[in-house]
Design a protein around this ligand. Structure first.
Ligand code: ATP
Length: 285
């Protein structure tokens, strides 16, 4: 095989509780993460020399070695003493800097792609531990791709009862949020640290109303204090019929959960001025 194209799925956080800043600068967290069927397409082609090139149809992400997908290729080549280089192309569909792990999922696709092209036969566990978590805290989840409780800095994953039979409306106001800035704002305040508990029970019970009532994101109020659109979007999602709505990650993407397929006219009326998309949860085992 000389070439492979992979779907790199985005994620949302159904719950996100941020803990204390650790000595290494990262934050401990407890989060329920869910893959959704909004994906970038990542194509990898083997080269005849040992170079890496990266191109993309997006003007918002870098095409040089600062791209996290490039870094993943470099690390795979180094770790597994691979002799060929790769041409990487990213067809971007996930909002950039939107709290949907767009970069991490591209890196995860590169790891999977090189594993397949070079017949390395690495297990999911090996991909997560040997390369994924070194590249970024969300990369292991992007390899895992199912409903999971993430702990540590996000790299400790435990499969939980999956979210299914519902629709998710993603809304992005196209406002870039600096994750670092939101963490700094959080560190300046005395806060209570929580762990995901109720939402795990709600998922287990497959209780849609309870799941909606348990959606919670510690970062939301901080992002909302710098971006007026967050609260407006959440209100608009509820007006459009969402059972619950919150922000994902550090924002700026928000999402609403719908039991039935949302009414297109209603969505257009409430959310027409934003980028929005109706997706469903996905889980790969
Ligand atoms: P998370 O949910 O993990 O916090 P995010 O969705 O908020 O991530 P990303 O879309 O991953 O944010 O992008 C954040 C930054 O990373 C941007 O400044 C972007 O330019 C840079 N970046 C580097 N490589 C990529 C990539 N392949 N895709 C997206 N962004 C990338």
């Amino acid at each position: 095989m000389q070439e492979i194209t992979l779907k790199a799925y985005g994620k949302i956080n159904l719950a996100l509780f941020v803990g204390k800043k650790r000595d290494d600068g990262y934050h401990d967290l407890s989060s329920v993460m869910q893959s959704v069927n909004l994906f970038d397409l990542v194509t990898l082609k083997k080269r005849t020399d040992d170079k890496i090139t990266l191109s993309t149809n997006s003007e918002e992400i870098p095409s040089d070695r600062t791209n996290i997908a490039y870094k993943a290729a470099e690390l795979m080549i180094k770790k597994f003493e691979i002799l060929t280089g790769f041409d990487i192309f990213i067809d971007k569909k996930i909002p950039v800097g939107g709290g949907m792990a767009g970069g991490s999922t591209n890196a995860a696709a590169v790891i999977e792609g090189i594993n397949a092209l070079c017949e390395l036969n690495l297990s999911l566990e090996e991909m997560c531990c040997a390369v994924g978590k070194e590249i970024g805290a969300d990369v292991p989840f992007c390899l895992f791709k199912r409903t999971a409780h993430a702990r540590g800095i996000g790299e400790k994953l435990e499969e939980v009862a999956e979210l299914s039979n519902c629709y998710i409306v993603l809304v992005n106001p196209k406002v870039f949020i600096s994750t670092g800035k939101i963490f700094s704002m959080m560190d300046e305040e005395e806060r209570e640290y929580k762990e995901c508990v109720e939402i795990l029970e709600a998922l287990k019970e497959r209780n849609f109303e309870k799941i909606c009532a348990c959606l919670e994101n510690d970062m939301q109020k901080y992002t909302a204090s710098c971006c007026d659109e967050i609260e407006k979007i959440i209100k608009a999602l509820k007006n459009a019929g969402a059972g619950g709505a919150i922000m994902s990650g550090s924002g700026s993407t928000c999402f609403g959960l719908f039991k039935e397929k949302p009414d297109e006219e209603e969505l257009e009326k409430e959310l027409g001025k934003y980028w929005y998309k109706v997706v469903e949860p996905v889980s790969f085992k």
